[in-house]
Design a protein around this ligand. Structure first.
Ligand code: SGN
Ligand code: CA
Length: 467
């Protein structure tokens, strides 16, 4: 029997860590997701390198940043000939499978490769009775998407060849917009008032123009999101709160079914007796604004969308109830999986295996800063401006270059570039940029150098006005 572990990678879509009780959520409980953290390790500083779906998924599969894999926006689909970790695991004897959201494109050049079995939603997919595509074609699957994905995953686990290790990716659609709960959770939170976040009434002062320009405010939520007409006679502040309650309750309801589904998968691993040798991960492709700064959606390098939830259980190597605050990134996952499987990590993978962190050991040269780039400039709907930046444990430096740079899916309008700098210790909600303040000139200049060095090291190009 090989000691290559099984890998069960569960990823939700748009699930922010502040909507998970193991991360201290003040608004919901996620008992089954918490089980993974309680019996394993919770990572408190897991970040995405581009806070949007298609690019983050490409980074996870290929272990490379988006300027390398060319999947920069939602409109740039992944070339399925790229080297990915499932392909390497497959070559190393693993059985590989993928169920759920793919969102890296359709057709022969973009459909999933490297999987023995796969069935995916086209694009974003539907919550109720979705069409799903597999190697045999496409058909409607009757039922609720979260349950369907869980059922398919369980069935595959039961039917697989148990003499070989497996790697299964379970990619939920939930809790992506437009947050349609199933009947079982439809009335959850009824009659309750969900707490509004501290920054709910942000007025976007003391920052660059980008924060104020984004169209992701409560007032930008549409009927399909709210599923009701706004009651008449409300003041603007009352209407904003009403919109938040409509939005956040459905968001939390669809998470409750994901939590149930994860519980069923965990139970199955126990029943089969493979808990010890199975790495289980729960994460999301990026974070989300839960009314924070008055917003929904993601895209910005601000904390709520930059941060990915990441909990992992692997009893063979990880102590129950442990936490880690070292920085890990979506580009690192592929290298970890290959490391655990005993497969050589290709030189072109830019991420790093964080296996030592699982054992509570931090390599001396572990990263203390990370690079982020959001390319989908002014997309027409959300209007988030293009930016790149550096996050350290204490600071965040952002350069809004405000230019689509010809990337598909970006808008044509440009705006003068602007910098932001936040002291994350003094200002954890990033409400006041201190860029240009005389008393931080030293920090600012060393962070700027570090940003440019890291960018060069990762082989990305500096914007031409960033000199
Ligand atoms: C859809 C949503 C957007 C969301 C993108 C990207 N609109 O277009 O609000 O930002 O997906 O999400 S919707 O009204 O059609 O739901 S991502 O998770 O794929 O990046
Ligand atoms: Ca997403």
């Amino acid at each position: 029997m090989s000691d290559q572990p099984n890998i069960l990678f569960i990823m939700a879509d748009d699930h922010a860590s502040h909507a998970m009780s193991c991360y201290g959520s003040r608004i919901n409980r996620t008992p089954n997701l918490d089980r993974i953290a309680d019996e394993g390790m919770r990572f408190d500083n897991c970040f995405c390198t581009n806070g949007i779906c298609t690019p983050s998924r490409a980074a996870i599969l290929t272990g490379t940043y988006n300027h390398i894999n060319q999947v920069t926006t939602l409109a740039t689909h992944m070339d399925n000939r790229l080297l990915t970790y499932p392909k390497l695991l497959q070559e190393a004897g693993y059985q590989t499978a993928l169920f759920g959201k793919w969102h890296l494109g359709q057709g022969p050049e973009h459909e999933p490769t490297g999987f023995d079995d796969w069935r995916v939603l086209p694009g974003q997919g539907l919550y109720h009775s979705p069409v799903m595509i597999d190697s045999a074609g496409q058909r409607v699957h009757v039922g609720y998407v979260t349950d369907l994905i869980t059922d398919m995953s369980l069935q595959w686990l039961k039917e697989r060849d148990t003499s070989r290790p497996f790697c299964m990716m379970v990619h939920h659609k939930a809790p992506h917009r437009e947050w349609q709960p199933d009947a079982k959770h439809a009335t959850m939170y009824e009659g309750e008032e969900i707490l509004e976040p501290e920054t709910f009434n942000d007025t976007y002062e003391n920052r660059s123009a980008a924060a104020g320009a984004a169209r992701m405010r409560m007032e930008d939520l549409q009927w399909k999101d709210l599923k009701a007409d706004v009651p008449s006679g409300l003041s603007p502040a009352e209407e904003k709160s009403w919109r938040y309650q409509r939005y956040i309750k459905d968001y939390l309801r669809v998470i409750a079914s994901v939590d149930d589904g994860v519980g069923r998968l965990l139970n199955h691993l126990e029943e089969e007796g493979i808990v010890d040798n199975t790495l289980v991960i729960y994460t999301s492709d990026q974070g989300f604004f839960l009314g924070d700064h008055g917003w929904f959606d993601k895209r910005f390098m601000y904390e709520e969308s930059l941060r990915m939830p990441f909990v992992l259980r692997f009893p063979r190597e990880v102590k129950a109830g442990s936490t880690c605050d070292d920085m890990i990134l979506n580009v690192d996952f592929a290298s970890l999986f290959l490391d655990l499987a005993g497969v050589t990590i290709p030189d072109e993978f830019q991420g790093r295996s964080f296996r030592p962190l699982l054992h509570g050991e931090r390599p001396e040269d572990w990263r203390t800063s990370m690079y982020y780039r959001y390319w989908m400039h002014g997309d027409g709907a959300h209007n988030v401006y293009a930016h790149y930046g550096l996050r350290t444990h204490d600071h965040k430096l952002i350069y809004f270059y405000n230019d689509g740079c010809g990337q598909k899916g970006s808008g044509d309008e440009t705006h003068p570039p602007e910098w932001e700098l936040f002291d994350l210790q003094a200002d954890p909600y990033e409400m006041c940029s201190i860029h240009g303040n005389a008393d931080v000139a030293g920090v600012q200049s060393s962070l700027t150098d570090e940003l440019h060095d890291l960018q060069a090291q990762l082989q990305d190009d500096r914007y031409h006005l960033d000199t």
